[in-house]
Design a protein around this ligand. Sequence first.
Ligand SMILES: Nc1ncnc2c1ncn2[C@@H]1O[C@H](COP(=O)(O)OP(=O)(O)OP(=O)(O)O)[C@@H](O)[C@H]1O
Length: 301
Amino acid sequence: MRDVSHAFGDRVALDGVSLDVSPGVLTGLLGPNGAGKTTLMRVMLGVLDPARGEVLCDGRPVGEEDRRRWGYMPQERGLYPGMPVGDQVVHFGRLHGLSRHDATTRAHALLEELDLADRWGDRTDKLSGGMQQRLQLATSLVHDPEVIVLDEPFAGLDPVAVESLSVTLRQRARTGATLLFSSHQLDLVQDLCEQIVMVDHGRTVLEGEVAQLRAASGRRQLRLHVDTADRAWLGGFPAVTVISDEADDLRLDVPVGTEPLDVLDGARRAGRVVDFGLELPTLSQLFLAAAAGPDDEERTG
Ligand SMILES: Nc1ncnc2c1ncn2[C@@H]1O[C@H](COP(=O)(O)OP(=O)(O)OP(=O)(O)O)[C@@H](O)[C@H]1O
């Protein structure tokens, strides 16, 4: 997407967003509620016309022919409540132009993969919320799309379902699909995305490879469980700030220039260190730092 802007009346939802999504890489579109993620996906899918900017596919303006090979899972579910599960997937396959035979074969394979095979004949509204979400995913994958766009696919899933969906998406990316999904649960998807685009107030605030962004932030956290309530020893490390201090978990921000092992030694002089670890900042911490900007330091908390 190049420099895309869109407004609903006076409300600016997208304010000059540019982003790239590459095949074979799982890309997360991240940001808080109202950041503009759904609007961005709708523009990408051609549901909304942007006021400015353009959507490109392989370097040229995207057309209806390209979008036929795309799959979209909207945030608001669009399933027929009374239709049996298997028929639902076959129906969407037919809408995408598959023959009945091919749609049925694909539906069986997908429902097997998404652990819904035994619900083939059940009415859709008899499934749990998380199962309906997996069914919705099946309907958006039935035509084996080259480009897969998923709006909040992880919302409302339990940890087992999150893991299983992660495996499905990773596997699609590995076999060459172009995969973009949105989430407002930054830390939930931290280990899943390889590439991220973070948006806030309709603008891109951070973009790149997750591992690189976390490592390059120059921020490290020392997590300590010290057997003492005394914190006077921290006075010896003026550059170190306390992120949180709970019963058995003291988290310190250790900036470049301060050696984390020196801080650990300081803690050991004050009390017995029961547990410790050196961690990189989480995606939500990177987001808070990026969204705050230089004039808005207090939002970093
Ligand atoms: N149909 C609409 N009419 C008016 N305003 C809208 C409409 N759709 C979205 N907006 C506004 O555009 C902004 C971006 O909304 P959008 O749904 O794109 O955010 P989002 O990042 O997907 O949020 P969430 O994580 O809550 O789904 C918000 O301020 C929202 O109120």
